[in-house]
Design a protein around this ligand. Structure first.
Ligand code: SAH
Ligand code: SF4
Ligand code: F3S
Length: 480
């Protein structure tokens, strides 16, 4: 099904359409209630999410709609009535993982023909993936994409008892759906989408093809959502978008990301504000100043640089040079001296020479990131880089990757060492998975801190003295 983008820009899904979806929710709720009365058991869903925070947050919307439909969540898929995979295709291994999970579901479907199996998310925006699933995994009941998530209730309703696979993937972005139920996983930290899509077309990246063009939510809607979160007791907000720095440009009335965070800073109850992801080409001085001035905006910035060589950056269509990036980092450090920086780096982009790679290592040494997410370049069909000659052999990529990792690990540990004996403010997020006396939280600079405490501290800001330092986390004791 294809939809035109022209008449959709910045227009929200109509309230009539949201009401229509609400009717499907009521219908399914009734079906599920009848079943519950017969069997004495609530209907259960199993939801697995791959990919970035965008997808995690989309899954919170799916969970919200599912609970309105009368489903409860389970982490045991053998026991579930509805299985849903929310997929990612940013690298090949993300896709392979999903296929690995879909195969074995055939047996579950045989045992329980009423089981509904759904797949959605970025992978489904590629027609060849949908074809492959249709042919190879015929036990899948429902396939939908990223642009029509709000139609999930209608799609589930159509899939119940349907002999054929229901497929609804839009090849262009739809309207923004406000008022979709969201069931947040965490009670302390909340993600809030500020914009959808990406216009940048970095030459290696599939995201613009599967998430569509940039669409900003209206500032009023964002602020309303955050006010409600503040009233509900959430303490930390992460503003989400593929490229948050260009927030508002499509609205065209002067709305900017810097302006937005100045407004979010005023919302009562919220103690900390983060955002991701920032593109170096769009990170304005106006935003740096807003970060400096806004008390709640944390001293942490995720600023992917991807590659150190200006020639490779040009091939990647990143629109900045090595010098631009280093200059930007200097301006940020001047304005916000205790900033911690994290980044994304790709190793083995087509044509990357040893000299190019050394430029990447040079940026890592010069900037001294606290944390870096490092990726082996993965060829994505349909992107310009996939057609480039001189794809780099796997063993060369892996060798560079190991060297990069060793350099970054050394720097991360050195930077963490400077925290030894210091007292840091930690927002307590939860209890450790392995020890119920150990609690975990983060500093404003996004460092993970583990310490002994009790459950009453969750959601509180506490001071912790750092007694021990690891490469990826700090350990300490609460100062009363
Ligand atoms: N919009 C964000 C995140 C995009 S995806 C940004 O621009 O930073 C997250 C990361 O995945 C990217 O920053 C990039 O480092 C990596 N990535 C994207 N496409 C890739 C590919 N084809 N191969 C390897 N890594 C890739
Ligand atoms: Fe991909 Fe580049 Fe857009 Fe990020 S900015 S999502 S890397 S195209
Ligand atoms: Fe993956 Fe889609 Fe995010 S491709 S990285 S889940 S936007």
């Amino acid at each position: 099904m294809s939809k035109s983008t022209k008449d959709r820009k910045n227009i929200c899904v109509s309230s009539e359409e949201i009401t229509r979806q609400q009717q499907f929710i009521e219908e399914i709720k009734e079906i599920n209630y009848q079943r519950e009365v017969q069997t004495g058991k609530k209907k259960l869903y199993y939801l697995a999410t791959f990919g970035c925070q965008m997808n995690e947050h989309d899954s919170e919307k799916l969970a919200g709609m599912l609970s309105e439909m009368g489903y409860a969540e389970t982490d045991n898929m053998n026991d579930s009535d509805l299985i849903i995979y929310n997929t990612c295709c940013v690298r090949e291994n993300a896709e392979l993982k999903v296929y690995g999970h879909l195969g074995p579901l055939k047996h579950l479907k045989k045992e329980n023909p009423d089981l509904l199996i759904a797949v959605c998310g970025c992978m489904m925006q590629q027609p060849e993936v949908v074809e492959h699933i249709k042919k190879t995994y015929r036990h899948v009941d429902l396939i939908f994409g990223t642009h029509n998530l709000y139609k999930f209730p209608e799609l589930v309703y159509s899939a119940i008892g349907s002999p054929t696979t229901i497929i609804d993937v839009w090849d262009c972005e739809g309207q923004i759906a406000e008022d979709v139920a969201i069931e947040r996983k965490d009670g302390v930290k909340a993600w809030v989408t500020v914009m959808y899509g990406c216009n940048n077309f970095c030459s290696y990246c599939i995201v613009p093809y599967v998430r569509g063009r940039e669409r900003s939510r209206k500032m009023d809607n964002i602020i309303e959502e955050i006010k409600t979160l503040g009233q509900q007791g959430f303490k930390e907000i992460t503003l989400l978008g593929q490229n948050v720095n260009s927030y508002g440009k499509d609205i065209g009335d002067g709305t900017s990301f810097a302006g937005l965070i100045r407004e979010v800073d005023k919302v009562p109850g919220i103690e900390r504000i983060r955002f991701m992801t920032s593109h170096p080409k769009d990170l304005s001085d106006e935003l740096i100043h807003a970060m400096r001035d806004c008390q709640k905006v944390c001293e942490h910035l995720h600023l992917p640089f991807q590659a150190g060589s200006t020639r490779i950056l040009r091939e990647m269509n990143r629109k900045y040079t090595k010098e631009d990036y280093l200059g930007l980092v200097s301006r940020i450090k001047e304005n916000i001296p205790d900033i911690t920086l994290s980044t994304d780096i790709i190793v083995g982009f087509p044509g990357e020479t040893e000299e190019d790679f050394l430029e990447t290592l040079d940026i890592v040494e010069k900037v001294r990131f606290d944390n870096a997410y490092t990726f082996l370049y993965s060829k994505r069909t349909g992107t310009p880089a996939a057609k480039m000659e001189e794809q780099i052999p796997d063993e060369v990529k892996k060798d560079r990757f190991q060297r990069l990792l060793a350099t970054q690990n050394r720097i991360s540990k050195e930077l963490n060492d400077t925290f030894l004996g210091k007292v840091v403010e930690v927002l307590v997020e939860g209890v450790s998975k392995t020890n119920d006396k150990v609690f975990t939280g983060r500093t404003r600079g996004n460092k993970i801190v583990n310490f002994e405490g009790d459950g009453s501290l969750i959601g509180q800001l506490v001071n912790v003295r750092i007694d021990n330092v690891k490469t990826w986390s700090l350990e300490g004791s609460i100062i009363k």
